[in-house]
Write a protein that binds this ligand. Structure first.
Ligand code: AMP
Length: 341
């Protein structure tokens, strides 16, 4: 059995092709299909990966590593206490965990893996990914470009002549890829985007707004209260996700702090319109990154036949509206869960 691994900046997934010839994602110990790409070094002996690590991100920031993919291929180390860890070592810990989920589910039949990487990854970054596999004890048979994987999931075939634009906005990155299917080959024409723009920037905007509103209404500044900030950050992401399906959402955190009169609760209502307004410059950035990539490739909007949306943050209605407006009349494919595509 060969498994497929999406080793993401924010979340990772492991899948296989089942008896019905369909891709199937393997759930983790929490019953979730996505595993946060976060590693927490509890002590010398114990390392946690996934949800349990993510919940330590603010409180134990000095022993928790996230977003390591951004440093793949770099001469970079994260210091945990006295010991430095390379991006290859951290990625290997995440890979090992994913392989463990696959082994528990499929038994000991795993021969190796296909791992996806961004189309723009250079040789160093690809080499680092292969080394992480080696360190994790899994043979990587192939590195597959992420936008190619997304197009494959939609069943694009190279026999059809088509120009595809893949827009992949995850937790921390926005990847734009222009691909051409022609004469039985699929080629990446151009890639662009940003390694510092993703869902977390939208969470941060909401978190800042929540802190500011609390300060104005309660006269209490929570900016330096780590526990309160962690709760606000978690809730901000939840509100952002809820606002993808509903127009207003309330955030309630009881007993967030103590005031002169006793415990104080945080209770705010946030509207989607307000969220879109708070993030309008981020949406504008998205538009300008798309325009830059198109102009780098020397093509206009009419060149695009079909758009594929990928990445969890592509569920934001503001994002979808922007894309639909920019490419009026172009088919947008978004039926497959964008976190998993
Ligand atoms: P990915 O890296 O593709 O797993 O995407 C992770 C990002 O997608 C995180 O920033 C999530 O908060 C975001 N996300 C997941 N679901 C939603 C949703 N329903 N609406 C908006 N953003 C979402």
């Amino acid at each position: 059995m060969i498994i497929g691994i999406d080793l993401g900046t924010t979340n990772s997934l492991v899948a296989f092709v089942n008896r019905e010839n369909k891709p199937e994602i393997i759930i983790n110990e929490r019953g979730n299909r996505l595993t946060p790409s976060v590693v927490y070094f509890k002590n010398e002996q114990e390392v946690l990966v996934g949800e349990l690590a993510r919940s330590q991100l603010i409180l134990k920031a000095d022993r928790t590593v996230s977003g390591i993919k951004r440093h793949m291929g770099e001469d970079y180390q994260v210091m945990i206490g006295e010991r430095g860890y390379s991006p290859v070592e951290i990625s290997a810990l995440i890979l090992r965990k994913l392989v463990k989920y696959a082994q528990e589910y499929l038994g000991d039949t795993i021969e190796g893996a296909v791992v996806t990487v961004p189309a723009y990854f250079n040789d160093n970054q690809r080499q680092a990914t292969l080394m992480a596999g080696e360190l994790a004890g899994i043979k990587i048979f192939k590195l597959l470009n992420e936008p190619t994987a997304a197009a494959l999931a939609y069943g694009f075939e190279s026999s059809q002549n088509q120009h595809v634009l893949v827009l992949d906005i995850g937790g921390g990155t926005f990847d734009i890829t222009l691909m051409e299917y022609q004469d039985n080959t699929c080629s990446v024409i151009c890639s662009g985007g940003s390694t510092t723009l993703g869902g977390i920037d939208f969470d941060n905007r909401l978190a800042e707004h929540i802190l500011k509103t609390f300060r104005e209404t309660q006269g209490i500044d929570l900016a330096n209260d780590l526990i309160a900030r962690q709760q606000i950050q978690i809730n901000a992401e939840k509100v952002k996700m809820d606002l993808s399906t509903i127009n207003e959402c309330s955030i309630l955190i009881p007993y967030i702090t103590m005031g002169p009169q006793g415990p104080v609760h945080l209770n705010q209502l946030i509207y989607r319109e307000q969220f879109d307004h708070l993030c309008h410059d981020l949406f504008a950035q998205i538009e300008s990154l798309i325009a830059q990539t198109m102009s780098k490739a020397g093509v206009s909007k009419d060149w695009v036949d079909v758009i594929v949306l990928a990445g969890g943050a592509s569920r934001m209605p503001g994002f979808r509206e922007k894309v639909a407006l920019l490419f009026a009349g172009v088919e947008i494919k978004s039926e497959i869960n964008p976190d998993e595509v």
